[in-house]
Ligand binder design. Structure first.
Ligand code: DHK
Length: 264
């Protein structure tokens, strides 16, 4: 039996065990091994790699607030993770812990049908960075707001328009995304209610990466009649892409998505 898990803090809410265990059960014949996937509440990001090897994992996912730790501690980063600087999928390859990012592509799959031209990302952590990267690569004009200036430095260097002062945001955006944990552990908003209200009036969609709970961010958007999307669909796509990496791409992505969708 090969062990996998998702690392995060908090982590009790995670539906990754549900979708991955169902996929391991469904595709056991195709992938040629039995897999079991659990949750791991990590207190310190510094301990991530040590835990990965202590637990004898064959693979893992990583969620808030550890995606940048996962990037820094991976023996190698592959694919788009290198440009993003954040890792949400770890795979044991020839004894090394290899880091990938499936958030970027997983997220893009969920918005590509809408044809948005501009986006405002709230937050500058690992998930926000993945989104910023893929949105820019797809030619969508991308702005980032984060409470502290410090975390914006390299994003500014990468050419993004960034703000640490809500009052300074003077445009309107098609898509407004909460990529902060606001609403996950508490009832807070990622930006002041008045400012958000104003931004929502001209938005085409409010998107929260959090799933499974009604967040104040989406609540406000809904009250104003703005179309909303939570993080469930992105969980599905990034999870299916991660499962593909766990099993050496031996099951078609569409088949993994269809299976996982049954339990979400
Ligand atoms: C959340 C994310 O943001 C993903 O990047 C992880 C996960 C899984 C979760 O909630 O389980 O891969």
């Amino acid at each position: 039996m090969r062990q996998f898990c998702v690392f995060g803090n908090p982590i009790a809410h995670s539906k990754s065990p549900l979708i991955h265990n169902f996929a391991f059960m469904s595709f056991a014949n195709e992938i040629g091994f039995d897999g079991a996937y659990g949750r791991y509440l990590l207190s310190k990001g510094e301990a991530l790699k040590e835990k990965f090897f202590d637990l004898k994992l064959f693979g893992a996912n990583v969620t808030v607030p550890f995606k940048e730790y996962a990037y820094a501690q991976s023996d190698t980063q592959k694919g788009i993770a290198k440009a993003i600087g954040a890792v949400n999928t770890l795979v044991l390859e020839n004894g090394s812990m290899v880091g990938y990012n499936t958030d970027a592509e997983g997220f893009y799959q969920t918005i590509s049908p809408y044809g948005f031209q501009s986006a405002l990302i709230l937050g500058a952590g690992g998930s926000a960075r993945a989104l910023a990267h893929i949105l820019k690569a797809q030619g969508i004009q991308t702005t980032i707001y984060n409470r502290t200036q410090e975390r914006l430095k390299d994003l500014i260097q990468a050419g993004f328009t960034c703000y640490a002062m809500p009052e300074a945001i003077d445009q309107s955006f098609d898509l407004i995304i909460n990529a902060t944990p606001a609403g996950l552990k508490d009832n807070s908003l990622p930006l002041g209610a008045d400012r958000l209200h104003q931004l929502f009036l001209s938005a085409k969609m409010a998107y929260d990466l959090i799933y499974g709970i009604p967040t104040p961010f989406l609540g406000l958007a809904k009250d104003l009649g703005v179309p909303i999307k939570d993080g469930k669909e992105m969980l599905l796509y990034q999870g299916a892409l991660a499962f593909g990496l766990f099993c050496g791409q031996c099951v078609p992505l569409e088949a993994i998505i269809s299976k996982m969708r049954l339990v979400l």
